[in-house]
Design a protein around this ligand. Structure first.
Ligand code: PLP
Length: 560
């Protein structure tokens, strides 16, 4: 059908030339009339948020593309805007001190794709799996799990380089946990037919025992939103889902009150953000005693408060409770028991979301040993036999120009992929199809050029900078005689404080979060002292916070 240009759309100025959208077709010679493409239905420049100070029109893409001059102007504007944004970005746990460009730019002319299992070279030979394995071995060593990966050694690690960041690692970790606990076939299982066990509730056939293949998920109120999303995507039940459905009046934390969505953190919304292990234990006890296998996701560096859950104490507790209810090591039978084949599995899974912390705290621990810092958070890694999987974002501590990361587990916990993929010539053991092959190259480049010594010095320095930012903001609070709610959770690289006015939030890319406690509403902002955040930048922020328009006056009345 011939394209129809809405008469209203005809006047909409479009692209760097500010010419009506359809007039950009007149520069073309092969295509002489407007092809079957759709005109704008309203003015895009007024539809979107302003991102740069530059009008959106400079970046719009007409049918003929941009002229060389238009391109240069637009690209320069975008780049200088981005450079400025990166320089003064203090609100996210993203290291912006990057130096890959000189060495790695030639790779933009080469195709890299790590589709399939990292340890099988596969048919797509232009991959970076050789570097990926080196990066994974590095983290296996750092996180104290047996390496190298060997498919025939259940104690060795298995992992892969993520195409997304830790959100993908969380999704994969929960998928792995669900498959494992619901009795699906594992990679190292004795041969037999896959026999997905039925997930039933207390009223299902077989009585309470039938809960045994119905995993129930726990995470704290300080958990990243990717966990909730993964839960929905995977259809995993949280303790709230199962509690509401089958035990509506039995919330063991406060009988007669509704089930909470998340495990409370110590001190609630105003606390430091660590999971409340006592309450976790009460909840886990409730479900484990009814036979449900348990999945716990712990935070090692929560996003907003930078809080470190005590992975050691929490996972020990979970293990103890599960052991009391036969959920420590249990035989999972296949073929309805007829074949007699079974494997032994834990009835619980502990996943560690270490988006920032898993990359950072290992070095902070080295800094403590070297006498550079005094203390570190409790350990989180595979030294704990109770830990099943760990994920980390590559763009946070290491620093990368795009999201990337690592997922790691033990080979004994690997599940059989839903289907073998002959097409790529390697097992489809990862989440994505095509996998980013540039990210392992970046992480390899970074780790090859920065020794433990250097990482350790950086870790100690970032910790010192957090202490400096904390004391500067506390001093400001005194000086202004205002309650700015300045707080730093133990060992955290983030300092939170009362959200300032919008222009400051913009200027420093501060992220913010609203909490509700005791019927009171508080909106906090925070800054992260990542490697690129200098004393000067902190001083500049503190100077700005002193200005009369730094805070919205009404906030103090409304929120004091
Ligand atoms: C950043 C973060 C994530 C998500 O990681 P991405 O790399 O952004 O996908 C998950 N959990 C925590 C605690 C985080 O801080």
């Amino acid at each position: 059908m011939k394209n129809h240009v809405d008469p209203g759309a005809a006047d909409i100025p479009f692209g760097p030339a500010d010419a009506p959208w359809q007039s950009s077709f007149s520069d073309l010679s092969l295509i002489t009339e407007i092809p079957d493409v759709t005109a704008p239905s309203s003015e895009p420049r007024q539809t979107y948020d302003a991102v740069t100070e530059t009008p959106y029109g400079r970046f719009q893409l007409p049918a003929g593309g941009l002229t060389a001059d238009q391109y240069t102007a637009a690209e320069n504007l975008f780049r200088s805007w981005l450079e400025q944004r990166c320089r003064i970005s203090a609100g996210f746990q993203i290291n912006a001190d990057l130096d890959y460009q000189q060495r790695l730019s030639p790779y933009l002319g080469l195709t890299l794709n790590n589709a399939g299992d990292p340890y099988q070279t596969g048919a797509y030979t232009h991959n970076s799996k050789i570097l990926e394995r080196a990066v994974l071995d590095y983290f296996a060593s750092l996180w104290n799990v047996k390496w190298p990966h060997r498919r025939d050694d259940p104690d060795s690690y298995w992992g892969y380089s993520l195409t997304m960041g830790a959100s993908e690692g969380n999704l994969y970790g929960l998928w792995n946990a669900r498959e494992y606990l619901s009795g699906r076939l594992m990679l190292l299982s004795p041969q037999g037919s896959a026999e997905p066990a039925p997930a039933t509730g207390p009223n299902g056939a077989g009585g309470p025992g039938s809960n045994g293949y119905h995993p129930v998920l726990f995470f704290s109120q300080d958990t990243h939103y990717s966990l909730t999303k993964a839960t929905r995507l995977l259809g995993i039940d949280t303790f709230q889902d199962v509690g509401r459905r089958w035990f509506p009046d039995e919330n063991p934390l406060a009988p007669g009150t509704p089930w909470p969505a998340e495990v409370p953190s110590v001190g609630g919304a105003d606390g430091d953000g660590m999971i409340d292990i006592d309450r976790l234990a009460v909840l886990v006890q409730f479900f484990a005693s009814r036979g449900f296998p348990i999945v716990v996701s712990l935070n090692y560096g929560s996003s907003f408060k930078g809080a470190y859950d005590d992975v050691e104490a929490a996972s020990r507790k979970v293990h103890e409770i599960c052991a009391n209810h036969g959920l420590d090591e249990r035989p999972v039978h296949r073929g309805h028991g007829r074949s007699g084949t079974f494997d032994l599995r834990t009835g619980y899974w502990v996943h560690v979301d270490g988006a920032l912390g898993a990359g950072y705290v290992s070095y902070l621990e080295m800094a403590r040993r070297a006498g550079l810092v005094e203390a570190t958070p409790p350990i989180f890694d595979f030294r704990l036999p109770t830990v099943h999987s760990i994920t980390m974002s590559g763009h946070k501590w290491l620093g990368a120009p795009w999201p990337c990361g690592i997922f790691m587990t033990r080979t004994r916990f690997q599940m059989i992929p839903p289907r073998e993929s002959e097409y790529i010539g390697s097992s489809d053991t990862t989440l994505a199809g095509s996998r980013n092959g540039f990210s392992p190259l970046l992480m390899w480049d970074h780790l090859a050029r920065h020794s433990y010594d250097e990482q350790t010095r950086w870790a100690a320095e970032c910790d010192r900078m957090a202490a400096y930012a904390h004391s500067s903001l506390r001093a400001l609070e005194k000086e202004l005689d205002l309650d700015l709610w300045v707080a730093r959770s133990p060992f955290s690289l983030t300092i939170r404080f009362r959200r300032p006015a919008a222009w400051l939030v913009q200027k420093y890319s501060l992220s913010y979060e609203t909490t509700y406690a005791d019927g009171r509403r508080r909106t906090y902002a925070h800054l992260y002292t990542m490697r690129h955040v200098t004393r000067d930048l902190i001083d500049e922020l503190v100077r700005d916070l002193r200005l009369p328009d730094a805070f919205v006056a009404g906030d103090f009345v409304a929120q004091a």
